[in-house]
Write a protein that binds this ligand. Structure first.
Ligand code: ATP
Ligand code: MG
Length: 560
């Protein structure tokens, strides 16, 4: 990659490093999730950057699980994360690692730090350590144990490992500077005692290394060259460098920070996502209303759309909130090209063509894609009894309503022009059926009449259509920044899921799970990965055809 192609500041740095042969011109990155939840759209940005930058430079990327906090982590999450990264289109090859793979090496590095005078065992309580640490405006003060000899610290550290002490009795700390203006450098804890079994190492350890120490050293062990992370780690960079100066490393890893992705109306806090799952407010981490990768996959978002979205969002240091409309545009663009067209009616209204023979069935030819003749066409049954969409009929319609109204005419897509002659109602006054007549000369494509009407609507043949459960999703939260809500319950959109019993053209009965279609005039839909089967057709609405979010978001986001 040369300078001209560098599209953001990180790619520029990497291009310069490759050109100047820093680290021999090699590029090695890593994506380091903690397995304490599923990945979300924010992680997708990080994955795209880390894997993208490496791939573009002939380098490689580690998928490294940062599993140093056994109390919150599980193998279920590890497997889910692997599935999601793979689905997003990235391949870590044989570079799948865990921080816990390095527990022995990390321990050895910690002993070396003690021996070189760079670390000591502190025996203050957690509360005292907090007090001694000072605040942003006051300096910290030295622990009385700070002057402990290397021999004594080493002895205590070994006994910590051997399990001689209870949780919290001692910790191992880096000896840096209690007066540093950067709180992270005030003798940070490197190891703590936790008598908790680990999902991978079992009962082997009762001391666990802390994030900053583990992370920097794992980068060193793996030969990472560019450690790309989000801005909240900027203040940790001096500590990252402090550790790396003190351990031997194949490459010289450097840390660079970019801004987190915040997506309007999307929840990107693992803690709150976990709460939604725990309290059964959603059906699981893969609930199609969530911006988790598993949720978006189940909803039917193509992985390519998420990658395209991340590319459009770009990589900067500026904090901002991206509109959902941008993601939906990427989805529409890809599905507009990929998804074959079908007809389906969400809220059926019966139409009887009174002048059409009762037992006659015609086969109408429908194209599968308006701009892609190579996708061919199909036959759709046309008969006397049809269903149209309830809201394609209005009894008292305004002048500009070009769909069906009493006495009005409309074209049935791929079919005939019909006229509404009579409206049938039930006792409550609800419209339950329209009695219409068709004009035999107006058959689509072959008709001899040159009659023109302004509106075209979709339909299905009542006798031939299949029933399906269709899940229509709306935004999960009423607030554009759900993570800021004091109580998540207050901002749940009670209308975020509506299930309708729809009628679909018969060919849709052959859909397989995860297959995507455009239902004409309605949007893009996907056969549900979990619930859809030959016996029970279940579809998710991926996105509507038009951009229904844009206005809403502009208003919400300009309010702050
Ligand atoms: P937590 O640390 O609170 O559990 P996290 O979202 O930071 O949550 P990690 O598993 O630590 O989760 O994240 C893995 C990587 O993904 C980190 O390098 C982090 O910087 C990056 N990441 C997380 N959230 C976002 C986001 N919204 N935008 C971009 N990158 C993100
Ligand atoms: Mg994190």
């Amino acid at each position: 990659m040369n300078d001209n192609q560098a599209t953001d500041f990180i790619r520029q740095i990497v291009a310069d490093d490759v050109a100047s042969k820093r680290n021999g011109g090699e590029v090695v990155t890593r994506f380091p999730p903690e397995p304490n939840g599923y990945l979300h759209i924010g992680h997708a940005k990080s994955i795209c950057i880390n894997f993208g930058v490496a791939t573009e430079n002939g380098g490689s990327t580690f998928l490294r699980f940062d599993d140093t906090n056994p109390a919150r982590e599980s193998e279920e999450y590890v497997e889910a994360i692997k599935r999601d990264v793979k689905w997003l289109g990235y391949d870590w090859g044989d570079r799948l690692t865990h921080a816990s793979d390095y527990f022995e090496q990390l321990y050895a590095a910690a002993e070396a730090l003690i021996e070189s005078g760079n670390a000591y065992v502190d025996s203050l309580s957690a509360e005292e350590i907090r007090e001694y640490r000072g605040t942003l405006t006051t300096v910290g003060k030295d622990s009385p144990y700070r002057s402990r000899s290397a021999e004594e610290s080493l002895d205590l550290f070994r006994r910590m490992r051997a399990g001689e002490f209870a949780d919290g009795e001692h910790v191992l700390r880096a000896r840096i500077e209690m007066a540093s203006p950067n709180m992270n450098l005030r003798d940070p804890t490197i190891y703590r005692i936790r008598h908790v079994p680990h999902q991978r190492t079992g009962d082997q350890w009762c001391i666990y290394p802390m994030y900053d120490f583990t992370h920097g050293l794992s980068d060193a062990f793996e030969g990472v060259t560019h450690s790309l992370c989000t801005l909240e780690f900027e203040d940790h960079r001096p500590l990252y460098e402090w550790f790396l100066e003190r351990v031997p490393s194949k490459h010289e890893p450097k840390q660079y920070e970019f801004s987190r992705l915040n997506l309007a109306y999307a929840m990107t806090s693992k803690r709150q996502l976990n709460q939604l799952v725990e309290e059964d407010i959603v059906s699981g981490w893969d609930d199609p209303r969530l911006a988790t990768l598993a949720g978006m996959r189940r909803r039917g978002y193509p992985a390519a759309a998420i990658r395209d979205f991340c590319r459009r969002v770009g990589v900067t240091k500026k904090e901002n909130t991206i509109e959902m409309a941008l993601l939906e545009n990427s989805i529409r663009e890809i599905l507009g090209h990929e998804a074959p067209r079908r007809m389906a009616v969400m809220r059926p209204l019966k139409v009887v063509l009174t002048n059409y023979p009762e037992d006659k069935v015609e086969r109408m030819i429908a194209v599968n894609h308006p701009n892609r003749p190579e996708l061919g066409g199909r036959e759709i049954a046309f008969s006397r009894d049809l269903y149209i969409e309830q809201d394609d009929f209005m009894e008292e319609a305004p002048r500009k309503f070009f769909r069906l109204k009493p006495g009005g005419e409309v074209r049935l897509r791929f079919g005939y022009i019909i006229r509404c002659d009579e409206v049938v109602k039930d006792q409550q006054g609800n419209v339950i059926e329209l009695r219409c007549s068709y004009d035999p000369d107006t058959r689509s494509g072959t008709g001899t009449s040159d009659k023109k009407v302004k509106g075209t609507i979709h339909w299905v043949s009542a006798a031939h259509a299949v029933s399906a459960e269709v899940r229509l999703y709306d935004r999960m939260f009423l607030d554009a920044k759900p993570a800021a809500a004091e109580d998540i319950h207050d901002i749940i959109n009670p209308q975020s899921l509506e299930t309708v019993n729809a009628r679909l053209e018969a060919s849709l009965a052959d859909s397989v799970p995860e297959q995507r279609w455009q239902f004409e005039r309605l949007g893009y839909f996907c056969a549900d990965a979990v619930d859809h089967s030959d016996e029970r057709l279940v579809f998710n609405r991926i996105v509507t055809l038009r951009d229904s979010w844009a206005k809403l978001e502009k208003a919400a986001l300009s309010a702050d």
